[in-house]
Design a protein around this ligand. Structure first.
Ligand SMILES: Cc1cc2nc3c(=O)[nH]c(=O)nc-3n(C[C@H](O)[C@H](O)[C@H](O)COP(=O)(O)OP(=O)(O)OC[C@H]3O[C@@H](n4cnc5c(N)ncnc54)[C@H](O)[C@@H]3O)c2cc1C
Length: 292
């Protein structure tokens, strides 16, 4: 399959990319790893007249600590997120998610910024980044703004980002002591994309009870959804297996998953319960390990 013919220009800075976006208007698209955009172009789901390649911009790769935040450049590829010592030590749930994306080739080319901007409802990173309360830095000609993950993913393949902005950085608050993070997914056996997934950030008090919990689910809607019933079911409670199981059972209570050729809505709800419990257990194990 061939895409419609298109022009190509490499940007050497975010400012240059923004100028090119303004010049080219709606007919241009930013290109990062190309692992979602190029297949869409080949399927003629997208036919941009010009691609503006961000891949030649330096300074948008890698993870660093910035105060109480882990800042990750938008062009950091999934493999580098998965193998980053900083990410693995401070936010292992994010490394979990990056390491189960597609295959080696996809992880070596696909970028965290591209995944967030593309907002595929079956993608991994939007889910764990929502659980981790990440925010996304968007640069435009008029400056920078930051949008929280809870407000960013607005619909299928749709975000709060405008066509005149470049996502430059993903900022994740470093969790306090006593916290654990985890991400688990049931992958589609053919594509590897999410059928259902769960991302968890949980913080326990010295007494062992739950100080706070954020739980996000993938595969159940147009984008990541918060499992509010689960979060409430954990908050302030002693984290016994019974409490965790009861909270996980509420994971999909406000979700309205669609049936598809692989999984019924009822199956997705059941998987959400089981995978939410597994993610909570894995996150708690890490919270204990890191603080013992
Ligand atoms: C075979 C295969 C299997 C895959 N499996 C999975 C999977 O299991 N889980 C999963 O989550 N994903 C999966 N993916 C998708 C993969 O993770 C993509 O790499 C990712 O979704 C998009 O990142 P990219 O860098 O390739 O973006 P691109 O394809 O280059 O761009 C995607 C979109 O984002 C926009 N964009 C990119 N970067 C920016 C930026 N910095 N600022 C503003 N807009 C930007 C582009 O204009 C475009 O609209 C798979 C892909 C393939 C081909």
């Amino acid at each position: 399959m061939f895409p419609a013919s298109f022009g190509y220009v490499a940007a050497h800075s975010v400012e240059e990319a923004l100028e090119l976006l303004t010049q080219q208007g709606e007919d241009a698209k930013l290109l990062a790893g190309g692992h979602s955009l190029i297949p869409a172009m080949k399927l003629r789901l997208a036919s941009p007249r010009t691609l503006i390649d961000l891949g030649t911009i330096s300074g948008l790769r890698g993870a660093r600590i910035d105060g109480d935040t882990l800042a990750i450049g938008a062009l950091t590829v999934h493999a580098d997120v998965a193998s980053s010592d900083l990410v693995r030590k401070r936010l292992p749930g994010l490394a979990d998610a990056a390491s189960v994306i597609g295959d080696v080739q996809v992880r070596n080319r696909g970028t965290i910024g591209g995944s967030v901007a593309h907002a595929d409802p079956a993608a991994d990173l939007p889910v764990i980044l929502t659980a981790l309360n990440a925010s996304f830095v968007l640069q435009s000609m008029s400056g920078n703004r930051s949008v929280a993950a809870d407000d960013f993913f607005t619909d299928f393949y749709t975000t709060a980002m405008t066509a005149h902005e470049v996502l430059t950085e993903i900022r994740v608050p470093l969790p306090p002591a006593g916290s654990g993070t985890a991400y688990v997914k049931l992958p589609h056996p053919a594509s590897g994309y999410v059928v259902v997934s769960a991302g968890v950030l949980i913080t326990r008090q010295a007494s062992g009870s739950c100080a706070s919990a954020r739980v996000a689910l993938g595969g159940l809607g147009s984008g990541p959804i918060r499992a509010a019933g689960t979060e409430t079911g954990l908050q302030g409670k002693s984290l016994t297996p019974e409490v965790i199981a009861a909270a996980a059972a509420k994971a999909a209570e406000n979700a309205d998953p669609t049936e598809d050729s692989y999984a019924s809505a009822e199956y997705k709800r059941q998987v959400a319960t089981v995978y939410t419990r597994r993610a909570i257990e894995a996150a708690l194990k890490r919270a204990v390990t890191r603080n013992s």
